[in-house]
Design a protein around this ligand. Structure first.
Ligand code: CFN
Ligand code: HCA
Length: 541
């Protein structure tokens, strides 16, 4: 067995070698060797178009809007206006769960609604078919709201989904109908779909219900989608702490939760990438500040609860939170002590979406595992650097128009919940509102950070670094496993979860222990085991 010591620069060079010069130049800016500079975060190029021909891990704008943001809301009828494939392939694949079961609980998640556009609709226009589909859904279910999602062909032929929505809303009178121009090609990834979804939900739903909501310490949990039941575990913990969750955007959520979101006192942002727009708009229009939280990892969960405690500042509340943490931790510590005997020193890689490639590193490090390489599919530089770029937002107080224009310097966006002085005091106490942990500063020096990693690069990385586990999505799963490396889906969790919160952390430790210590991998030969010239060892200093 030939041992080769790979330096991170060699790995980068090796990965780029296969590309034509122009492609290599572009990809070089998205592959970064983490340098952990003094006071500056090194720069990575992100949120740019995938080079045609490359097999990206990314999805489309429609997926980000319909599948990600609106998909987990249970009582909105989501109609995909397009060919049947778009609706079908975004139907229940994300494993977002719901507990709707009670009498009168509306839950449309099990249904796949689509206008099923065919050739003739492309040629003659699909607006009539769309209006008929909305009417049919209304007659069958009488839902509170119907949402329409445009797919690529709809944008190309110019169907006006917003005009149809407006007309049907006026016709019904008791059902909010609104559309999303989220054609798949609209942006470079799912990310554009998040933005479109956020804007429309804010414009058409948030603030609709002005009833006061009961409960103390009222928060919204933004960017938590209840994949594999994560949201259930987080809600369990919040409840134990006496925190009232007004609205989750959007795991297991209802129309009314969105409509009441402006009644919360604090927004807790879990997945910054997908929902930061709503956080900013709630702050600008309603004066509700936001903090970054992360409930992936036991330590991160404890830290996030403490952050919420610090924000509200009541002594008894903080003590209650500490008591919850103290009650949950012993079980965690016992499981960690056991699994660490088998997982300590093992290595992982993760290329996932726009937040999990970062959040899950906490869980791995709790198990003594090192992340050799990681990256996002579609995150922006904010997420890599951990610096939220405050947009120049102006939300019209009377109408619901949202414009991106300059906010005056003396704006009082934090009123009425907290005064500027109160906020300054909180910030002095260590609570930062607009900076949070970023993937780059949190990763080790010498680790490889790769934006929009692709099929070829993933396989090359596995070949060179041979991690003990590789995490990504369904498209990557089997090609990686054929290389003899266990693969864990961090999108759908395969069939597992929850992995968030305290109980979720325990599930995750056990799952990763099982995967990385399974004997099954020793029964198959990876290409480098059959061809020794491919064999190499990465030496980490
Ligand atoms: S649940 Fe979230 S956590 S919303 Fe986002 S950026 Fe996707 S669907 Mo897949 S698993 Fe993934 Fe994140 Fe936020 Fe999920 S890492 S890619 S668009 N994502
Ligand atoms: C999406 C949804 C997805 C896909 C996951 C995967 C999800 O982006 O359209 O590639 O396995 O989490 O379901 O990210």
């Amino acid at each position: 067995k030939k041992l080769v010591k790979w330096e991170p620069t060699d790995i980068k060079e090796e990965m780029l070698k296969k590309y034509p010069p122009k492609v290599a130049r572009k990809r070089a800016k998205q592959i970064m060797i983490n340098e952990a500079l003094e006071n500056e975060t090194p720069e990575i190029t992100a949120n740019v178009r995938t080079i045609p021909g490359i097999i990206t891990m990314r999805g489309c704008t429609y997926a980000g809007c319909k599948g990600v943001i609106l998909g987990p809301t249970r009582d909105i009828v989501n109609i995909t206006h397009g060919p049947i494939g778009c609706g079908f392939y975004s139907w229940l694949t994300r494993r977002n769960q719901t507990d709707a079961s009670g009498e009168g609980d509306e839950n449309y998640m099990p249904y796949c609604f689509s206008t099923d556009m065919e050739d003739k609709d492309i040629i003659f226009g699909g607006e009539k078919k769309l209006a008929a589909a909305i009417q049919e859904a209304y007659d069958l279910f009488h839902p509170k709201a119907i949402a329409i999602f445009a797919t690529c062909p709809v944008g190309l032929i110019g169907d006006d989904i917003h005009a149809v929505a407006k007309q049907m809303k006026e016709k019904f009178g008791d059902c909010n109908v609104f559309g999303f121009s989220c054609e798949g090609y609209k942006g470079v990834s799912q990310s554009a779909g998040h933005h479109i979804a956020n804007n429309q939900i804010f414009k058409h739903v948030v603030g609709e219900n002005d009833e006061e909501k009961p409960g103390e310490y009222r928060i919204n949990l933004l960017g938590e989608y209840n994949i594999g039941g994560d949201g259930f575990e987080i809600d369990r913990i919040l409840k134990l702490c006496g925190i009232t969750n007004i609205a989750t955007f959007s795991g297991n959520s209802t129309y009314d939760q969105f409509a009441s979101a402006h009644k919360a006192d604090l927004n807790c942002v879990m997945c910054h990438r997908s929902i930061n727009y709503v956080a900013d708009m709630l702050e600008t229009k309603f004066g509700i500040p936001w903090i970054k939280v992360n409930f992936i990892g036991a330590e991160s969960t404890a830290k996030s609860l403490r952050k919420i405690g610090t924000y509200f500042g009541d002594k008894s509340f903080i003590e209650k939170i500490e008591a919850v943490i103290a009650a949950e931790m012993p079980e965690i510590e016992a499981v960690v002590a056991d699994v660490r005997t088998r997982t300590e020193g093992k290595t992982a890689m993760m290329f996932v979406g726009g937040s999990r490639a970062h959040h899950y590193q906490d869980l791995f490090s709790e198990m003594g595992m090192k992340t050799l390489s990681a990256g996002y599919e579609f995150a922006h530089r904010d997420d890599y650097e951990g610096r939220h770029v405050i947009p120049n937002l102006k939300v019209d107080a009377d109408s619901r128009n949202i414009e991106e224009i300059t906010v005056e310097a003396d704006d009082t966006r934090y009123a009425p919940r907290k005064t500027e002085a109160e906020l300054a005091a909180l910030e002095e106490g260590g609570l930062k509102f607009k900076e949070y942990e970023g993937l780059i500063p949190d990763m080790d020096k010498g680790s490889l950070i790769i934006d929009d990693c692709n099929q070829y690069e993933a396989e090359k990385l596995v070949e060179i670094l041979k991690p003990d586990i590789f995490c990504a999505g369904i498209k990557e799963k089997y090609s990686i496993q054929k290389l003899g490396v266990p693969m864990k889906q961090l999108h759908s969790y395969d069939s597992g979860g929850p992995y968030a919160g305290f109980k979720g952390a325990i599930n995750f430790y056990k799952e990763i222990d099982r995967l990385t210590n399974s004997k099954v991998w020793s029964y198959m030969k990876a290409p480098w085991q059959e061809s020794p010239e491919l064999s190499a060892t990465y030496v980490w200093e």
